[in-house]
Design a protein around this ligand. Structure first.
Ligand code: SF4
Length: 314
């Protein structure tokens, strides 16, 4: 999927994650508005749709939208917290609409930590049941993990747990926490990750996945924190490939086109001396939340830089 369209189908949820990046406003997209948007999307020649935040499974029209998108020949998938899909009847409904891919959000291999982060008892157990149900229904599953303080030191353990428990899962995405719109409670602020701590577990997780022929992407992590895996940075890939995405927000922002400028975050003055400067997105919200994060300017030969670019473009 190259240029993609994220569509918020509702803004409410059955979890209450402390670091949620899109606060609830109880808006829903109407079935008719969705049809208008998809026509616009086809005209713009976008290749795929991701049904997302808060929780698309709480929209009663979801299966119909998926079916419609499939009829129009548009690749589609959803990101879900894995609460609703714990019901076999519900997953069977999605499977009948020909949903082919779900990204489930798994924050930790430890039940207690996941349930604490979602602020919802039993959410981990339901999530595990949802993954089982989806795989049994022949729906492909990928895993999204938010990098946060409470699971930053065992990112590799989580990946090993998932691959051991669910061998068909082949793709993982780490999203570094997005603090922009999260609640500003003491607990929410305590979830901010420490870059120095997550660097090694993340490196171990990526090495493990690469060695087991699985794939992965990393978002909002500067390239000096993912040495040797720079090609996996979502933003760097978009900068190199000059890709864009449209996000349809259910708030005053409405439809936002995000192109290369969007992929660059807050620059540190030391970045000027770095050989990866032109393809690195730097640190997201550095000035407001991560001012104590150090950067490490890289001295890469042009040849090594070309290898990164080639790997992204292949
Ligand atoms: S030093 Fe700056 S430009 Fe270089 S990899 Fe780190 S954040 Fe990116």
């Amino acid at each position: 999927m190259a240029n993609i369209w994220y569509i918020q189908v509702n803004r409410h949820c059955n979890n209450a994650c402390h670091f949620c990046s899109n606060p609830s406003n109880w808006n829903n997209i109407s079935y008719e508005r969705w049809l208008e948007l998809i026509d616009d999307f086809i005209e713009k020649k976008y290749l795929g749709i991701i049904f997302t935040w808060w929780e698309p499974t709480l929209s009663s029209d979801l299966a119909e939208w998926i079916e419609y998108a499939n009829k129009k020949g548009i690749e589609n998938r959803m990101i879900s917290n894995g609460m609703m899909c714990s019901s076999k009847d519900y997953i069977s409904k999605l499977s009948k609409s020909w949903l082919k891919l779900i990204h489930f959000s798994v924050y930790s291999c430890y039940e207690k930590i996941h349930d604490f982060l979602t602020d919802t008892p039993w959410s981990w157990k339901k999530l595990m049941m949802s993954i089982t149900n989806a795989l049994n229904a022949w729906i492909r599953v990928q895993i999204n993990t938010v990098i946060n303080h409470y699971s930053e030191n065992h990112l590799d353990e989580t990946v090993r747990f998932i691959t051991r428990t669910f061998p068909p899962i082949k793709h993982f995405v780490w999203n570094n926490l997005d603090p922009l719109m999260m609640r500003k409670t003491k607990t929410a602020i305590s979830t901010l990750p420490n870059f120095r701590i997550f660097k090694d577990p993340l490196a171990r997780a990526m090495k493990f996945l690469e060695a087991s022929w699985r794939t992965f992407r990393v978002e909002r992590v500067p390239l000096c924190y993912i040495e040797w895996f720079e090609w996996a940075s979502t933003e760097t890939r978009k900068i190199v490939k000059d890709e864009e995405r449209i996000v349809h927000f259910l708030d005053e922002r409405e439809t936002v086109r995000q192109y290369w400028k969007y992929w660059e975050h807050d620059k540190n003055k030391d970045c000027k001396q770095c050989s990866l400067n032109s393809i690195c997105a730097w640190i997201y919200k550095k000035d407001d939340y991560f001012s104590n994060v150090n950067v490490y300017p890289q001295k890469l030969s042009q040849e090594r830089k070309n290898i990164i670019i080639k790997k992204i473009l292949k």
